[in-house]
Write a protein that binds this ligand. Structure first.
Ligand code: FES
Length: 64
């Protein structure tokens, strides 16, 4: 699923940035990929995906 139409960024790319680069917010995400600086419509959704990925990961770690 595309999160940022302007730059063609998918939810998978954001997830992997969180997992591999430890991205925790939009500012950090923008340091590893370009998104959100065109129309800005994707910013809220991108932040949501960051939050959800962090939550999923910490749940997974507790179980594992
Ligand atoms: S959809 Fe991301 S900047 Fe426009």
């Amino acid at each position: 699923m595309f999160v940022c139409m302007c730059y063609g960024i998918t939810d998978k790319q954001i997830k992997s940035a969180v997992e591999t680069h430890g991205v925790g917010n939009m500012r950090e995400l923008k340091q590893v990929m370009t998104l959100g600086s065109q129309c800005g419509k994707c910013v809220e959704l991108a932040q949501e995906i960051i939050d959800n990925t962090i939550m999923d990961d910490s749940l997974f770690k507790e179980v594992g």
